[in-house]
Design a protein around this ligand. Structure first.
Ligand code: JD8
Length: 262
């Protein structure tokens, strides 16, 4: 996968040299380039912002540098050097929520282009114009306010990179993950069996794989009911047996109604 990032703070992306993302880059599974938006300014002050039309606080990112950046990274005509048409992602608190389902969708793309806004955000015409050439998605990390899009890009890229074929190896099984089965994960324990007077639950040391699986599912259901009532509401009734319902009830939540045949 090819990824381009445009930002006025390219140093923000230093962590992408590290750990498993760094390894994916070294292995050639991820071809990542970070670009300074100011490359595409022409005045001595390398200006990227101006006051908002209509008034209001703060500054807005001017369209010209962004237009040139996107022209350079997503050329109009297919160039002979194998340029691909990217999908443009623009972090914004007004975007569609980023989810694990979107991470899977993005992992299937061959080229992603991220535009990191700062100040109050980017002139909307940049996105409108880009949308005449490529798919554009405004994406939000969640309902809280950041200073800019850089951290959101780090999050999205981390979620996407670990889904790329060859990145995880055998260390992780994607279909056993929390957001694959719609429940939070059960708690984890490792050695020693007793630490500061606290014991690892007996069942996990029993070697009884059936009992262990059932305990983990009960814990996952209990936690989900307690912390994420929105996720309980989204569980399909057919995915729950009577033992599941009992675990959910213990969390103080009514489980979704049993399927009623018409
Ligand atoms: C991009 C500028 C800050 C946004 C005034 C100052 C995502 N979940 C999220 N929360 N916040 C962002 C985010 C914030 C950004 C930019 C993303 C560019 N800001 C602005 C509007 C209100 N502040 C985000 N993804």
């Amino acid at each position: 996968m090819r990824v381009d990032i445009v930002s006025i703070f390219p140093e923000y992306f230093a962590p992408l040299d590290l750990s498993l993302i760094g390894k994916a880059r070294a292995n050639g599974l991820l071809r990542l380039a970070v670009h300074d938006l100011r490359t595409w300014t022409h005045d001595v002050h390398r200006t990227v912002d101006d006051t908002p039309y209509g008034g209001g606080p703060g500054m807005v990112m001017r369209p010209e540098p962004w237009g040139e950046a996107l022209d350079a990274l997503a050329p109009d005509e297919l160039s002979p050097d194998g340029h691909t048409l990217p999908r443009l992602l623009v972090p914004s608190p007004a975007g569609v929520p980023f989810t694990q389902a979107m991470a899977h969708e993005l992992a299937a793309e061959s080229h992603l282009l991220f535009a990191c806004g700062r100040y109050e955000g980017i002139d909307q015409r940049v996105l409108e114009h880009a949308a005449t050439r490529m798919p554009v998605t405004e994406v939000s990390l969640g309902d809280y306010v950041l200073f800019g899009g850089e951290v959101a890009v780090l999050v999205v890229l981390e979620a996407v990179t670990r889904l790329l074929p060859g990145v995880l190896g055998n260390a992780g099984s994607l279909d056993e993950e929390s957001h694959a089965h719609g429940l939070l994960e059960a708690p984890l324990y490792t050695k020693p069996a007793t630490w500061r007077g606290l014991d690892v639950p007996e069942v996990l040391r029993s070697g009884d794989h059936g009992r262990i699986a059932r305990w983990r599912r009960d814990e996952a259901l209990r936690r989900t009911a307690d912390r994420r009532p929105d996720m309980v509401g989204a569980l399909s009734p057919e995915s729950l047996d009577s033992r599941d319902r009992a675990a959910l009830d213990q969390g103080g939540f009514p489980s979704p109604p049993e399927h009623v045949a018409k």
